[in-house]
Design a protein around this ligand. Structure first.
Ligand code: GLU
Length: 432
């Protein structure tokens, strides 16, 4: 089973969506199930409704899952296994206060050393533990040997016991830390392959150590995806609007285009434009580059225009409130003028807007408007133009400049003949 394990603590980021898409693809490729695990154990940071938002985004992107769990429901498993580790003396209660630990951290900092837990409470006798009335956390004893694993993208990884450290697995309120809950749940749900962001590389040896300590021997394959950088070469953050999936969708980037872009990010793909089912055919996690990928909005815009051109006409028209294949075709034509559905919708709204006057050719504009209103319907643009020329007596730019404005609400744009065939059925509404 593969899993996507979002925390309901903020907006879904493109990095999270990339993780979800790639896990989905690999699950399909190897014929395993796909689990969504909402990691909601950090009550203070949870935001109401974020879980629903995440599930809604997964639905929009067609990432169907076989199973959905909320991590907090597994609390008793986390606590039971922590107890087991204590009983087997693989974990211990730690009574060090935050103040004491802070002082030791300061000291380590002053000596230019990374802070490591010094084992104070590991050395307590059973009696001392029983006697102690201070609040405690549970720490897992650091491993005896280094922990190694092969990352499908980054290659062999090795971590020394001191870098894994005797870390906290249950907090004073007896809720599990991220590493503990995650490691246990990956074991409980028989996860075989973990794909997640590079920021978790140093968590992986801790999670492996937790499972080793519990006697779990199944080896889980890991792949850590390089971070996504913004235009300034810095790690993308919430401050970069384009990093929010909701923002991209609101801006009118198509689900198909965002998917295409995120699969192609830092990757070599056989074609530039593809959809999710194509990617299932050829995707190889090993092809993802080790180096960070830079988010390129122009590339995303290009991919969006290409997916607009590929989309079903009626479906496309529905995105801007129509249900007409000609409007779908009009949206495609306007990819010359805009890259997102929002940008193109603005152009199409201008076509249907009330155009009262055109300053440069005031009289000609009014004359054309009245003439068209009284003209019969023409299928063909050439015939329409001929009749309009005859009736109005206008030609050259005296005809075309006001006509373009009357038909499109803009001074520039696609060829009028191409626009005409797509809006001719709405002509009376357009020249109203
Ligand atoms: N809740 C973690 C996150 O959102 C999950 C990381 C993981 O996949 O293990 O970063």
């Amino acid at each position: 089973m593969l899993r996507f394990a979002p925390s309901p603590t903020g907006d879904m980021h493109i990095g999270n969506l990339r993780v979800a898409i790639l896990n989905y693809i690999v699950a399909k490729q190897i014929g395993e199930k796909f689990l969504i695990r909402i990691e909601d154990t950090d009550k203070e940071r949870n935001i109401d409704g974020k879980d629903e938002e995440i599930l809604d985004i997964l639905h929009k992107f067609g990432l169907k899952y076989d199973n959905l769990v909320y991590q907090s429901k597994n609390l008793h498993f986390h606590q039971t296994m922590a107890m087991q580790l204590i009983a087997e003396q693989k974990a211990f209660l730690c009574f060090c206060t935050a103040d004491e630990l802070d002082r030791k951290k300061e000291l380590a900092k002053a000596n230019n050393e990374p802070f490591r837990y010094d084992g104070t409470c590991e050395k307590l006798s059973n009696l001392e533990v029983l006697d102690c009335e201070k609040p405690s956390v549970v720490r897992l004893k650091k491993p005896q040997n280094s922990i190694k694993f092969v990352d499908k993208i980054k290659g062999e990884q090795s971590f020394e016991p001191k870098d894994i450290d005797s870390f906290v697995i249950l907090r004073t309120d007896k809720t599990p830390t991220y590493n503990f809950a995650c490691a246990i749940d990956d074991m409980l749900y028989d996860i075989s392959f973990i794909i997640r962001g590079e920021d978790h590389v140093s968590n992986s040896p801790k999670q492996i150590h937790i499972r080793n300590s519990l006697g779990y021997s199944k080896e889980i394959v890991h792949a850590h995806l390089p971070i996504i950088l913004n235009d300034d070469g810095k790690k993308m953050s919430k401050r970069d609007n384009v990093s929010s999936v909701k923002y991209l969708l609101d801006e009118g980037f198509l689900v198909e285009a965002i998917t295409n872009y995120l699969v192609a990010l830092g990757n070599t793909t056989p074609t530039e434009i593809f959809n999710l089912s194509d990617a299932i055919e050829w995707f190889k996690i090993e092809n993802i580059s080790k180096s960070p990928a830079r988010f390129d909005i122009d590339k995303l815009k290009f991919i969006n225009r290409e997916h607009i051109k590929l989309k079903d006409d009626v479906e496309l028209s529905r995105l801007i409130g129509f249900g007409d294949e000609n409007i779908g075709k009009l949206i495609k034509l306007y990819t010359q003028e805009g890259s997102t559905i929002k940008e193109i919708k603005a152009k199409i709204d201008a076509i249907f807007s009330q155009k009262d006057e055109y300053a440069e050719f005031k009289e000609e504009f009014e004359l054309l408007k009245q003439t068209i209103k009284n003209m019969p319907f023409f299928e063909d643009y050439e015939e329409f133009k001929k009749e309009l020329t005859n009736r109005s007596g206008l030609k050259g730019k005296n005809l075309f400049k006001p006509l373009r404005f009357l038909l499109t609400g803009a001074e520039n744009g696609p060829e009028l003949k191409d626009v005409y065939v797509l809006i001719k059925n709405y002509l009376m509404e357009v020249v109203k």
